[in-house]
Structure formats: structure tokens, C-alpha cells
Design a protein around this ligand. Sequence first.
Ligand SMILES: C[S@@+](CC[C@H](N)C(=O)[O-])C[C@H]1O[C@@H](n2cnc3c(N)ncnc32)[C@H](O)[C@@H]1O
Length: 241
Amino acid sequence: MSGNETVADANKYWRRYYAERFRFGLGTEDILAALMTIPPIPTWVDLGCGSESMLWAIALRAQQLVAVDVDRTRLKILGRFAELARPRGVHTTALALCGRAEPDDFLARCRSLVARVCADCLNGSLPADLTATAFDLVTQFGLLGLCRNDEHFTTRFAEIHRLLAPGGWTAGANWVARDRSGRVQLNRRLYQHAATQAGVHLLFLKRITTADPEFPAVWTYVGRTMPCPPAEPLSHQTEGR
Ligand SMILES: C[S@@+](CC[C@H](N)C(=O)[O-])C[C@H]1O[C@@H](n2cnc3c(N)ncnc32)[C@H](O)[C@@H]1O
């Protein structure tokens, strides 16, 4: 694997990563726990969603989800799955881990999928139908890790966070490939630099070691767009001057 290719094609990915059995130790449980810290939000856009948004949706509490990917086959799998709303083994375990015990919890997640958009999120501008909306949460799981280098990562990190409403939330995860050829080298300094450039304050950023020899670590983060500083009361502005 090299460059910004995903590790497996749509059908293979759907079968391999999140299927009938929840695979502990790959970072999934840690990502779900990080997502649980985000409060309920009206609108969420998942970029590079693949077929998997419904897994992350279990931890989140979003009313409306827009799922975006460059691959129509993955979007089709996601759409069909959300329509059926029948959790696989991985979803059942995730529902239990996240304490989503109401019978309609999974159905509600599936019904939150309001649009699937086929778009390239790593090259050029995002489509106007996306940029016209201010979302309360932007996520990407495994998308930005496909960037070529630091500059590509930093530029795209900023671009995707322009979709956020002021004070909006961001979260994501990027796996570190054993074979890093053609891929950005993820590290704390890069995330922090990209976040600063994007006007994002990272509340949580962690490199989690995994048991997957192909992807031995995953960087996970949660953040918010930096709020505008509140206007200081007049008495404070003049105090001590
Ligand atoms: C590693 S997979 C992650 C899929 C899913 N988000 C998950 O959590 O498993 C990367 C995803 O990014 C998508 N992708 C790759 N290049 C893209 C691009 N330029 N624009 C949008 N999506 C892209 C792939 O089709 C794939 O679905």
C-alpha cells in the first residue's frame, strides 16, 4: 500500500474491520470512549465515512448525519445498512460499551443519516452543498492519515474545519501504517500545528498502541473551534491600567 490509498476495497473493508465480532485492542473502544465526551449535537458531517459511520454514531448523539466519501460503493453499503438498521456483532458490543440500552437506540442512529455525498475531501475545494452548511461536529476516521505529507495534512485539516459552526466540535482518528511510504508521518507536533492553523483547540489527543501489526497505533483526538474571546466588562478593561 502506498500513497493515499485505503487499505482494502469497499467490500473487503466492510467484512474485515467492523463485522460480526468486536475486536478489542485495535483502538476502537478507545475511540468510542473519546466520542462519548461530546455532548448531543444537531448536525454532524463524517468525512471519508466509508461504510462505517453507524459504528461511531453509537457513541455520538447527533440528530442529523451527512456522510461524505469519494467511493460510491462504500456510500452504497452505508446507505443499505442504515436502511436495514440491523446491528452487526460489532455494533451490539459498541451499544453495550456506550450504555445505549434503549431498544430504538440503533434505529435512531440509522435514521439520523440524512444525506450521503460523494466528494473528494483531500484534493481541491469541498462541494458547495457542504460548505453552505455550518455543522456542529466534523469527524474523520482514517481520512487525514491518507495525506501525503505534513503540508497536505495541515491544509486539509484547516479545510475540513471550515465546515464547523463557531464553537463546534471535531473528533477523529488516524491509524499509523507500518508501511508508511507515501503517507504523512503522524505525530503530536503535527496535530497541534494543524489544529492551531485551523483555529481548533484540542481537548484530547492521544497515540494509542494497537494489536494490529499492519496499523500498530492510532492517533485519536477531540477538539472544539476556538470560541471568540468574550467581551470584557468595562470595569475589567480599565482595571490596573
Ligand atoms: C481507512 S478508510 C476509513 C473508513 C471509515 N471512516 C472508518 O471509520 O472505518 C478511509 C476512507 O476514506 C475514503 N477516502 C479516501 N480518499 C478520499 C478522498 N480523497 N476524499 C474522500 N474520501 C476519501 C475511503 O474511500 C475510505 O472510505
